[in-house]
Design a protein around this ligand. Structure first.
Ligand SMILES: Nc1ncnc2c1ncn2[C@@H]1O[C@H](COP(=O)(O)OP(=O)(O)OP(=O)(O)O)[C@@H](O)[C@H]1O
Ligand SMILES: [Mg+2]
Length: 241
């Protein structure tokens, strides 16, 4: 499916009325700005369309898929054998996975876009920005000295909140945080992992925390990412005791 076909799909379902313009065409995804049907509760929506996997540079995906359970035997064998059906299943799995993570986190009150609809290979969500310009990534902006610390704290709060809802982002960095009207929004969750089942979750959590802490060093903020990550992980492990 192309981005235009994905647009047609959401158009026929009544979610969007116009394609405003393409926002970003990257290695893994294409994102377009759409005018929304007001019934969705939004004026504008972002449509994220995944590229077919063989054109993507998503390496080491076994890290993220470890512990994944596919209950249906037919699907499971097809994925293992990489048949056509297996590849299609895998494709749909990433979109569905991002959709699920966004739903969980949005409901939990995390700073993520509100998910609106999903179809095979495409996701419709709240758009961060205004008609003239999309929100920049955090790495593209310069925060004022007084802004930096609260934003760092807010992002770490989000990491903890997500963990409490069994989600580790697993690709968190200043590339995947948008900055708009003084607030961060965390995006890009297809690779998110469930810390209850994924054996790499603690390592991926440490990497997320380290990416964020290291980024904020440019504002003179020194934190102890290893300690922070360990504390978060311990809190997760012992939460039910
Ligand atoms: N909800 C949104 N509102 C505004 N802009 C968005 C939204 N979602 C994504 N974008 C824009 O599209 C870009 C790519 O989105 P995302 O990070 O989810 O995909 P990706 O897999 O990293 O894609 P790629 O690797 O191809 O850039 C973002 O960096 C951002 O600029
Ligand atoms: Mg990204």
């Amino acid at each position: 499916m192309s981005a235009n076909e994905a647009f047609d799909h959401f158009f026929s379902e009544g979610y969007v009325t116009d394609l405003v313009r393409p926002l970003k065409s990257g290695k893994e995804a294409e994102v377009i700005l759409c005018r929304a049907n007001p019934a969705t509760g939004a004026e504008l929506l972002a449509l994220k369309m995944y590229r077919p996997r063989d054109r993507r540079a998503f390496r080491n995906d076994h890290l993220y898929k470890a512990g994944r359970v596919i209950l249906n035997g037919h699907d499971r064998r097809a994925v293992a054998k990489k048949t056509r059906h297996g590849r299609a299943f895998d494709e749909a799995w990433w979109t569905f996975h991002e959709w699920e993570a966004l739903q969980t986190l949005h409901e939990a009150g995390a700073d993520v876009p509100r998910p609106v609809a999903a179809s095979e290979g495409a996701l419709l969500m709240e758009y961060v920005g205004d008609e003239a310009s999309a929100a920049p990534q955090l790495r593209q902006v310069t925060l004022s000295p007084s802004e930096a610390k609260p934003v760092l704290d807010r992002l770490l709060w989000n990491v903890e909140l997500a963990l409490r809802h069994n989600v580790v982002h697993a690709d968190l960095s200043a590339f995947n945080v948008l900055w708009w009207e003084g607030r961060p929004t965390i995006i890009d969750l297809p690779q998110a992992v469930d810390p209850r089942s994924n054996p790499n979750a603690s390592e991926l959590l440490s990497r997320d925390v380290a990416n964020i802490c290291t980024y904020f060093e440019r504002y003179g903020l020194r934190s102890r990412p290893e300690e922070l990550a360990r504390g978060l992980w311990m809190g997760f492990l012992f939460a039910d005791l």
